[in-house]
Ligand binder design. Structure first.
Ligand SMILES: Nc1ncnc2c1ncn2[C@@H]1O[C@H](COP(=O)(O)OP(=O)(O)OP(=O)(O)O)[C@@H](O)[C@H]1O
Ligand SMILES: [Mg+2]
Length: 502
């Protein structure tokens, strides 16, 4: 029998229909993947299951019993745990406190920090997280925070675990840790519903896949009876060819670098990194998560105090603030769009126009912003990046996760950067749009932009980049290009740099 049944469920927001008679069920002891483009309605369905929102029509049943007056509290009491797409940790509390938030093991009404830490350890171990439970959550990388969220979801030994993009900030090693947890749960008879835009992961872990498109179920397939192309076709309604564009011709390497860094060092981040960013080429920064990739990007955008020498187009340069970086036509798409990349409380229009004042207000006088030029620019960006918004005045926080990411990237395009720094540019982005972003980055490179990209997705680095510098403990330990740039070489260099030459 089904553990959970979603029966002809519909949901609208302000007259905008997001789910239309969605039906599927989750069997006991299975892993079901929910797949679909950005804005297809995946997170919305999950929010109905976890009691965060109520359906307008239709019914959900758990063990055959209709869910009535459903709420997050009741969902948890019924053994439904979830890891949300947006992180929810309190950065000022410790990892242990976050894990047990709302479910503290209190003794005589008193919670002992030591006690919490001791209890958190086995959970952290289970999710493969090697951090001190007394560390403040805000000090962890995004990926580590995602794993803390998972540990938190495991406290109550769930019958149904919901993972919404729970691996989006994880590197390969960490993904394996999540898979171990999922397999353990399944073996114990629990069920898992998972959402991810990393198709390879879905095929590795799920038993069945349900495809949503524009808020409706297109099909549910057994994994054995389907393949990548079939699912993509159902998702986007067409074939998807050439996920990755052709790479730069090797002759282009002769171009003078747009940016050269020698001995780039950020205390606590990276040490002695040499890099050359060349017009026409896409350089990747690989390696396990948190090996200094972020420090390199932040230093080059003037966000992190750094030592070492930087040259821009052959001239010594100082990049001590983002203002200087922007003036040098360096653009940066950060990893955490909510903190650095987006103004979530503002409209899509405002976000797309903010960095683009040159285009919409040539005199740099805000009062004279040319509304027509702005509207045209915004419409063009929404169209080019296929941003799914109810209207340009929709608040950015009301967009689906992937569409927020698209806005964070799109807002830099009109400024015509010379150097483009991107952290995890396709995190949470659907496969059709991923293809567009890859081709867009290649077109920008062809037009003379020097691109530097970090990614935890090995396939993406191999498919997209002309060269990948692998980082380990703050240093570049290997450079792979041409025939040497394979997933296997990249993974080996990342986990154990010492043996890559063996
Ligand atoms: N609270 C809300 N108010 C208005 N619109 C909303 C709200 N929540 C979701 N939407 C809209 O519903 C649609 C579906 O969003 P949802 O978050 O379910 O998509 P998704 O499939 O999870 O996409 P992604 O892969 O990008 O996370 C989007 O167009 C989004 O803008
Ligand atoms: Mg979502």
């Amino acid at each position: 029998m089904a553990l959970l049944t979603v029966d002809r469920v519909s949901k609208s927001f302000a007259g905008n229909r997001v789910l239309h008679e969605v039906s599927f069920d989750v069997r006991a002891g299975e892993v079901l993947a929910l797949v679909g483009e950005n804005g297809a309605g995946k997170s919305t369905v999950l929010s109905l299951i976890t009691g965060m929102q109520a359906p307008d029509a239709g019914e959900l049943r758990l063990d055959g019993e209709p869910l009535r007056a459903w709420s997050p509290l009741r969902a948890r009491a019924a053994g439904i745990s979830s890891v949300h797409q947006e992180l929810s940790l309190n950065p000022h509390q410790t990892v242990a406190e976050n894990v047990f938030l709302g479910q503290w093991p209190a003794r005589r009404g008193l919670v002992l920090g030591r006690d919490l830490a001791r209890r958190a350890r086995p959970l952290l171990e289970r999710v493969g997280l090697d951090v001190d439970p007394r560390t403040r959550a805000g000090r962890l990388s995004l990926g580590q925070q995602q794993l803390v969220e998972l540990a938190k979801a495991l406290v109550c030994a769930p019958r149904l675990l919901i993972l919404d993009e729970a691996t989006s900030a994880l590197d390969d090693d960490q993904v394996q840790a999540v898979f171990r947890v999922v397999r353990e749960l399944r073996a114990a008879g629990s069920s898992v519903v998972t959402v991810s835009h990393r198709m390879a992961e879905l095929f590795a872990i799920s038993d069945r896949l349900t495809v949503l498109k524009d808020g409706a179920v297109m099909a549910t397939r057994d994994r054995a009876g389907t393949d990548h192309d079939d699912i993509v076709r159902l998702m986007i309604g067409r074939e998807l060819s050439d996920l990755f564009p052709a790479k730069a011709a090797p002759t282009k390497a002769a171009t003078a670098p747009a940016l050269r860094a020698r001995g780039l060092t950020v205390p606590g981040g990276c040490a002695g990194v040499d890099l050359e960013l060349t017009p026409g080429r896409i350089l990747g920064l690989g390696g396990l998560q948190g090996q200094g990739q972020r420090a390199v990007l932040r230093a080059l955008f003037g966000l992190a105090r750094h030592g070492g020498e930087i040259e821009l187009a052959g001239r010594p340069a100082k990049l001590s603030s983002p203002r200087e970086a922007i003036r040098a036509r360096i653009a940066y798409v950060p990893e955490d769009r909510k903190v650095e990349g987006l103004h979530v409380a503002q409209s899509v229009r405002a976000n797309l126009a903010l960095t683009n004042l040159d285009t919409v207000a040539p005199a740099r006088r805000l009062t004279t912003v040319d509304r027509n030029a702005e509207a045209g620019l915004v419409a063009d960006l929404i169209d080019r990046m296929r941003i799914k918004a109810a209207s340009p005045s929709q608040e950015a926080r009301r967009l689906s996760g992937g569409n927020q990411q698209k806005v964070a990237l799109a807002r830099w395009l009109p400024s015509e950067p010379r150097v483009l720094l991107l952290a995890e540019p396709t995190r949470g982005i659907d496969v059709g749009t991923k293809r567009e972003i890859y081709h867009l980055l290649r077109r920008l490179a062809d037009d003379g932009v020097a691109v530097l990209v970090t990614s935890g997705d090995t396939m993406e680095l191999v498919g997209l980049c002309d060269e990948v510098a692998v980082m380990y403990e703050g240093a570049v330990v290997e450079r792979l290009a041409g025939g040497d740039l394979t997933e296997e070489r990249l993974v080996r260099a990342s986990v154990n740099p010492a043996v890559t030459h063996a």
